[in-house]
Design a protein around this ligand. Structure first.
Ligand code: ADP
Length: 822
């Protein structure tokens, strides 16, 4: 008996080194042994698990919320024990305890196959749990290559095992033949050995087959191999091309026959084989070992061992394809694409990078960022990448980098973490672009912004100044009673300041049309005003026009001067007139008075001059005729006329002196009451038409220019005489009131209308009425008097009532003691 409910030590040892992952279990599910590869994959030691109940050695991962490994495996094993048939389980998660961290488990996915090994009596000797660690199918390319290497090693080991087995088998057979006649028992042993060999193949979890003869008849094909081939045991005893017709013409057949012909073993890796399974042709990849079988030194057949590597190859292919896709994309892209490993070292740069920097892919191993990044940006970039590498988080950097022309370019590089199939961080895939132009634009925008802010500030300041100057202008306009207006020449709409409206009596608010303005203009000036406006509109001529208006509300006649300028629009046409208007009534009236004055002066001067002329002609006539005449009489008359003229001319001269500031005051301290008494006496002596009543007071001391004060009193007295009836009284008085000496000349004459009173002291002003029209005068007497009194620091005024009389006053400071000059 080879096995009786347990495995022989030899068999177990042979199984332990088999190049597959499996556990050997007793029918009671105790671990008899495990293959080296199994121990490796589950990170366990043989002495730790040997003799243990399978589920004590490999319990469920208690950290999983709902572990089902133990249950599923148990169900499969029970099926095998009950039916004495192999059972393939679907992919099963079954984590293995982590030796390095007690209590922790390592994630693993398996594809378990439970195969019963029966003894000659058909009882289960032991159960092989063979497993495939499918976690590795998702391993990276490097790991796939490593696993290929491992498989190569496994195949070699399987081959070695079978070599040994065959050697043993051949030896036994040879021995058997040589001892054929000797020991029948030996024959039985041989049969047992053959059976053991056959069993080993048939129940091996590794796909195996034995071909015999030229036509490669299937002699042994185990379950795993049948699964690969997609066939049933019917093919046993059939030639290869009959059992598996789709294999005809495939390279694997050539390899098989080569081994058969040459006797040399062949190892083929990742061989593509197309097999028909369930009526469908399927492509699979296999690592295959063919070894020739000999008998009596002759090749009699071939042993074939196969391990399916389709998932690994497909995974590799898809990695290759995706890598190729990535590279094609990366190389054709203008985006800067690079790969960085988990330590931050560059592994790959695309053409866009090479074009920009001139760095070569093959020199990347000794490449140093620090040499190329701008010193001001380096620390930040390094810090950022260091932190991102630590946290496995995405990063984004903006920095300057030297290009191949030795110029710094601004780059923006983003890095996304790269994870392998186990979700482990393996570095970054980075993409980026040259943002120099954007940066420059940004800087330009920033500097434009700064300039804008500056000019905004200036604008604000200018606006404030403008507002101030507008206010100043308005104040100045108001102070000068200047109105401003702008007239739109296209629609005749006028915009006017309040002062302007005020001057014309226009509504103080609301739109004003030019026609409304024209309504105020006196008819005799309408044509002139219109012509000025037309010339401005047509030729852009400046406006300067003085005309009379009648105030639209009060009806008072006023003189206005309008000065303006024409402004042209963008199209060069005359668009608008800006003008200021001022009330020049006073000037106009002054001018009028001046004209009247000149006319009167001419007339008044002409009268004595005509008299003088007449006397001189008479003198000439008398002299020529030698007539006797009293020359003194003529000379007196001429002198009287000349004196009149001199007085008149002196008066005018005084005005011009006064106005040019040349009048000097020769002050002295004198008693005004004395001066008044003297003057009254003179008048009383020479003027018999009126009665003078004088109350001069006494001690009316003033510090003044006596001649000029006498001139003022003279003027007041002569006016009182001129503007009152014959035989009426004229009162002269002098009083001291509040440290002021107040003089009064009062008559009982015509009196003065109230509206004329404020104007009496203006230059050339004369009251115009029937009575005054016959009285000679120049309208300068009161004007001169007022000037003289004001220069003395005094005041002059009048109180008058029409029909009752007028009282003219002046006051000058009282100077009681002689220190007035101090
Ligand atoms: P003139 O007497 O030469 O016209 P004045 O300057 O002395 O000039 O006087 C100005 C005007 O004041 C006079 O024209 C006159 O109408 C008025 N006036 C002056 N004195 C009197 C007065 N005593 N009574 C009435 N009107 C007077």
């Amino acid at each position: 008996m080879l096995l009786q409910n347990s495995c022989s030590a030899d068999t177990l040892r042979a199984l332990e080194t088999a190049p597959a992952m499996f556990l050997v279990l007793s029918p009671e599910l105790y671990i008899l042994t495990a293959s080296d590869l199994f121990l490796q994959a589950t990170e366990s030691l043989r002495e730790d698990i040997k003799g243990k109940y399978i589920f004590d050695a490999f319990p469920d991962n208690p950290n999983l919320p709902d572990p089902d490994g133990v249950n599923n495996i148990m169900a499969s094993l029970q099926f095998v024990i009950k039916n004495k048939q192999a059972h393939i389980m679907p992919v099963q998660r079954y984590d293995v305890p982590d030796k390095s961290a007690p209590g922790k488990f390592i994630i693993r996915y398996w594809e378990p196959l439970h195969s019963p090994i029966l003894d000659q009596n058909g009882s289960i000797s032991y159960i092989i749990q063979s497993v495939r660690n499918v976690t590795s199918e998702f391993l990276s390319k490097e790991e796939a290559l490593k696993s290929q290497e491992e498989r190569r090693e496994s195949l070699k080991q399987v081959d070695a095992l079978h070599q040994d087995l065959f050697t043993a088998y051949d030896n036994l057979r040879n021995l058997n033949i040589s001892l054929e006649n000797e020991v029948l028992n030996r024959t039985r042993e041989l049969q047992q050995s053959e059976s053991k060999y056959r069993n080993l193949i048939e129940y091996s979890p590794i796909a195996m087959q034995v071909f015999r003869g030229e036509d490669m008849t299937f002699e042994i094909v185990n379950a795993s191999m049948l699964r690969f081939l997609g066939k049933t045991a019917d093919i046993i005893g059939k030639p290869l091309f009959v059992g598996v017709p789709e294999i005809v013409g495939q390279p694997i057949v050539e390899a098989l026959y080569k081994v058969y012909r040459t006797g040399e073993s062949l190892e083929i890796y990742a061989e593509k084989v197309i097999l028909e399974r369930n009526g469908l042709k399927e492509v699979g990849y296999y690592d295959v070992l063919y070894r020739a079988l000999h008998n009596d030194g002759k090749i009699t057949g071939v042993l074939g061992i196969a391990i399916e590597v389709t998932p690994q190859i497909l995974a590799q292919q898809s990695i290759k394809e995706s890598e190729a896709r990535f590279r094609t994309m990366a190389e054709g892209s203008e985006i800067l694409i690079s790969l960085m490993n988990e330590k931050g070292k560059l592994e790959y740069l695309n053409t866009a990078w090479v074009n920009l920097t001139g760095w070569q892919q093959e020199n990347l191993h000794d490449f140093n960022w620090e040499e190329y990044i701008h010193p001001s940006d380096l620390a930040l970039v390094e810090e950022n990448i260091k932190n991102s590498l630590k946290a496995h988080e995405p990063f984004s950097n903006e920095f300057r980098l030297l290009n191949k022309q030795g110029e710094y370019r601004w780059l923006k590089i983003k890095g996304m973490p790269r994870l392998n199939s186990d979700q482990l961080f393996v570095g970054y895939i980075c993409s980026g672009s040259d943002i120099t132009r954007e940066k420059q634009r940004l800087q330009e925008i920033e500097s434009v912004n700064k300039a804008l802010i500056r000019s905004n500030q200036q604008l604000r300041d200018t606006n404030i100044r403008l507002l101030e100057s507008e206010e100043n202008l308005l104040t100045a306009f108001n102070a000068g009673e200047l109105g401003s207006c702008s007239l739109n020449l296209r629609n005749n709409v006028a915009e006017m300041s309040e002062q302007y409206r005020h001057h014309f009596g226009l509504p103080l608010k609301g739109e004003i049309s030019w026609e409304m303005v024209l309504e105020a203009v006196e008819p005799e000036f309408l044509d002139e005003v219109k012509t000025v406006l037309e010339n401005a509109a047509k030729y852009g001529s400046p406006v300067d026009s003085t005309y009379a208006i009648r105030h639209l509300v009060t009806g008072v006649r006023k003189w206005m001067r309008v000065v303006g300028k024409v402004y042209q629009g963008a199209d060069g046409s005359n668009e608008r007139i800006y003008a200021i208007v001022m009330d020049v009534t006073a000037q106009k009236e002054d001018e009028q008075r001046k004209n009247d004055f000149i006319a009167m002066v001419s007339h008044e001067l002409k009268t004595p001059l005509t008299s003088v002329n007449g006397y001189v002609q008479l003198l000439q006539l008398k002299a020529r005729n030698r007539d006797a005449f009293d020359i003194n009489l003529f000379v007196d008359k001429i002198q009287t006329q000349l004196k009149k003229m001199t007085t008149m001319i002196n008066g005018f001269l005084n005005i011009s002196r006064l106005e040019s500031g040349k009048i000097q005051l020769n002050r002295s301290r004198f008693d005004l009451s004395v001066l008044v008494s003297n003057l009254e006496e003179e008048y009383a002596a020479f003027v018999s038409t009126h009665r003078f009543i004088c109350t001069p007071g006494s001690g009316m001391w003033v510090a003044a220019d006596e001649d000029k004060i006498a001139h003022v009193i003279n003027n007041l007295l002569s006016n009182a005489v001129k503007y009152s009836a014959f035989n009426s009284e004229i009162y002269i008085s002098c009083k001291l009131i509040d440290e002021q000496v107040v003089l009064c000349v009062k008559d009982t004459g015509n009196g003065i209308q109230p509206q004329d009173i404020p104007k009496l002291f203006e230059r050339y002003y004369r009251v115009q009425n029937e009575k005054t029209s016959t009285i000679a005068g120049f309208g300068i007497g009161l004007y001169l008097s007022a000037e003289i009194i004001e220069r003395h620091g005094g005041k002059i005024w009048v109180e008058s009532e029409v029909g009752i009389g007028s009282a003219f006053y002046f006051s000058i400071p009282y100077a009681p003691i002689a220190d007035w000059m101090d």
